[in-house]
Design a protein around this ligand. Structure first.
Ligand code: TMP
Length: 423
């Protein structure tokens, strides 16, 4: 998901630890995350480090200008710059940004001058979210001296200086409250407590957009494998194979239900049917699947557009994961909401509700894409937008009659339905 998150706060507030934890959390959610810190690792940043250590004398005005120059370099660097990562659809997390210049140099120069230089510079990306970690200067100095007992302190690392800078930070964020998206995070408490506050702030400020896909008949055309396995199970049980109009109805709903509904209403035999079906499906049937045309383009375009993708299917999770891996699409999906072999799992609507909560998303940011009535009804239960695809296994008018919000004839239409843009 393309977004730019900045951490700010006094030295000793735990930014480094919290950035690492947030990056792990977002990576686990399927985002590609790039983290970096100021001053940069570029020559301009190395020069600043020598100023901060006291090795090279510099006036506060010059220091402010050095930070601006380094910041521009870090934004536009062609190898590893912030813009490059954002353009690639990644989440960038940065340890400090121009707010630090406003606070650290602003208090010895002219804050408005420092702001002007930055806000009038076209080569700086604006952050989507600024997390300001707050803690008393005394506690910060305690932490700095404990954690870095063997290293000399930098020029700003005294209680007096940090107290002044802390006040300056408050002035800076008060001044910018209508211009920037700033969230104050209480940085006292355990690492996990602070992490939780940060995750809540990140999710609240930018809930991920979630696209949930039914699998069979929506992402993959596995009719050949399914039909072959149904016929195999029927032959083995000595019952008549279903005709071509009935067999299509087996795709989507649980097999157990379909057997009882279309073949014979017998609990034990329906369970046995599922076993027979799986006997052929695990070794052979699951390889008889192919992607619908353009699916890879769709999934990668949705990811690039900032969507988190997950599968929501009634098919056993392991089967879905194996097929996704074999067909080269596993990398697009962050999670698989599907039953295990041994239980029937949750109702599809409840899976959608679970996914929204797991990813910290919202109903209005979520869509369910599927080819049958069960997908549309699940979307309705979870109160999310339903996108019905007509190329799958639904009966005539099934999607319309069950109130699909949008209908798609082709895979490319799905991109338009979800994003409003052409694929
Ligand atoms: P850090 O690596 O501990 O965050 O150290 C960076 C130091 O540089 C910290 O003391 C704050 C200071 N600083 C400024 O004075 N102005 C700035 O614009 C930035 C980014 C950092």
């Amino acid at each position: 998901m393309q977004r730019f998150i900045v951490f700010e706060g006094l030295d000793g507030t735990g930014k480094t630890t919290q950035i690492k934890k947030l990056a792990e959390y977002l990576t686990g959610r399927g985002e590609t995350v790039f983290t970096d810190a100021e001053p940069s690792a570029l020559p301009s940043g190395k020069y600043i480090r020598r100023v901060l250590s006291g090795e090279i004398p510099s006036s506060p005005w010059a220091t402010a200008a050095l930070f601006l120059a380094d910041r521009i370099n870090q934004n536009i660097d062609s190898d590893n710059g912030i813009k490059k990562h954002l353009d690639a659809g990644e989440t960038v997390i940065l340890d400090r940004y121009y707010f630090s210049t406003f606070a650290y140099q602003g208090y010895e120069t002219d804050m408005d001058w420092a702001m002007d230089m930055h806000y009038r510079c076209p080569e700086l990306e604006k952050p989507d979210l600024v997390l300001f970690l707050t803690m008393s200067p005394e506690k910060c100095i305690d932490r700095i001296t404990q954690n870095r007992a063997d290293q000399p302190l930098e020029i700003y690392e005294t209680t007096e200086k940090l107290t002044e800078i802390s006040e300056k930070f408050n002035t800076v964020f008060e001044k910018l409250k209508d211009k920037e998206n700033i969230v104050y995070i209480d940085a006292s408490g355990s690492v996990d407590e602070v992490h939780e506050r940060i995750v809540n702030a990140v999710n609240a400020s930018n809930p991920p957009k979630l696209a949930l896909f039914d699998f069979d008949g929506t992402v993959i055309d596995n009719s050949r494998g399914i039909y072959n396995c149904i016929n195999y199970a029927c032959d083995k049980m000595g019952v008549k194979r279903p005709g071509s109009d009935i067999i299509r109805r087996f795709v989507g709903p649980p097999l157990y239900d379909s057997y009882k509904r279309y073949i014979e209403n017998d609990h034990e035999r329906a369970l046995y049917f599922v076993d027979c079906y799986r006997e052929r499906f695990a070794p052979i049937g699951k390889t008889e699947a192919e992607l619908y045309p353009n699916i890879i383009n769709l999934l990668s375009a949705l990811k690039a557009d900032g969507y988190t993708l997950a599968v929501c299917s009634g098919k056993p999770r392991q089967f879905v994961m194996d097929i996704a891996k074999n067909l080269g699409i596993a990398k697009f999906f962050s999670e698989y909401y599907c039953p295990s072999f041994s239980d029937t799992g949750l109702d599809k609507g409840d899976y959608i509700i679970r996914a929204i909560s797991d990813f910290g998303s919202r109903r209005e940011n979520t869509v369910m894409i599927g080819d049958t009535k069960s997908d549309i009804l699940a979307a309705k239960k979870a109160e999310v937008k339903s996108i019905g695809v007509k190329y799958g296994f639904a009966a005539e008018n099934e999607l319309e009659e069950n109130g699909a919000d949008i209908l798609c004839e082709t895979v490319s239409d799905i991109f338009v339905a979800v994003t409003g843009k052409e694929l």
